[in-house]
Design a protein. Structure first.
Length: 275
């Protein structure tokens, strides 16, 4: 069995605020070790339960946060930007299951460091008229390649979200959201035990499924009108409201590529503290 881990950082053990996840700060240096510990805990469970190969795809921000020198030597790690499928790079390589590790709630929802791709300019994303977190978007990509979501970890809001888009996945709550920047956290020793056990249990569901390829529509709402105007210049993207754009794509892979362009253009249109 070949497994992929899509590893984000906001939902990792102990993470609660900006400095924990922004490269270069002392807090980030501390929490990248806890982040690597979460990944190793999942790897232990996957390998113990029969995984033969595991690819860890770095999925947070610079995508250079995990410590390769501390990674379980049985794994392989895909690190760095830029990747055609971003957080889901590797899903098209014949894997039999995917783990969403360290995930978080989507833009416009409660949750520790909740957002969808951009940290604060996006106020909502909809996939086929359903509010969509990064987890929901990525699960749709996985479905297109016939890959089941085996496990999702993060705060309680993340787990509640995953119950809808990945109802058969194992869920690991490593913290309880109190606010966007506060949580009741479990120590690494406890989260490691939970992650390892859930990963081992999740391997029972590993195995390719029927591919679900179909057309999709994504709509994105921003916190300012000029971001909608800026992204509406992209071919196929239409401004459908003062702060909202939408586009259609023939499949989820193409939809996510277009979504990446939308977020990149929006990020480039932000001007200092006025946004």
């Amino acid at each position: 069995m070949r497994i992929m881990i899509s590893a984000d950082m906001e939902g990792a053990t102990g993470v609660t605020w900006t400095d924990d996840v922004v490269p270069g700060s002392p807090q980030w240096d501390r929490f990248r070790r806890l982040f690597t510990g979460d990944v190793n805990a999942v790897l232990a469970g996957l390998f113990d339960a029969g995984a033969g190969d595991v690819l860890v795809n770095e999925a947070h921000s610079s995508q250079r946060n995990l410590l390769l020198e501390d990674l379980d030597p049985r794994a392989r790690m895909l690190t760095g930007r830029h990747k055609p499928l971003s957080m889901m790079q590797g899903i098209d390589s014949g894997v039999d299951g995917v783990v969403f590790l360290g995930y978080h709630a989507g833009a416009g929802f409660d949750g520790v460091l909740s957002h969808t791709y951009l940290e604060n300019q996006i106020t909502g994303v909809w996939l086929d008229d359903v509010p969509a977190s990064e987890g929901r978007l990525n699960a749709a990509v996985a479905a297109e390649y016939g890959v089941p979501v085996l496990l999702v970890s993060g705060d309680d809001e993340t787990c509640e979200d995953a119950r809808d888009y990945a109802p058969e996945a194992e869920l690991v709550q490593v913290k309880e959201c109190v606010s966007r920047y506060a949580a009741i956290c479990l120590p690494p020793a406890r989260t490691a035990e939970l992650l390892t056990g859930a990963a081992a249990d999740a391997m029972a569901r590993a195995g390719r499924e029927e591919r679900r390829v179909r057309a999709h529509r994504i709509e994105v709402e921003f916190d300012a009108s000029h971001l909608a105007q800026a992204t509406a210049v992209i071919p196929t993207v239409e401004q459908i409201g003062t702060r909202r754009v939408g586009f259609d794509a023939p499949n989820m892979t193409e939809a996510m590529k277009a979504f990446k362009v939308v977020t990149a253009i929006a990020a480039g249109a932000v001007q200092g503290i006025y946004g």
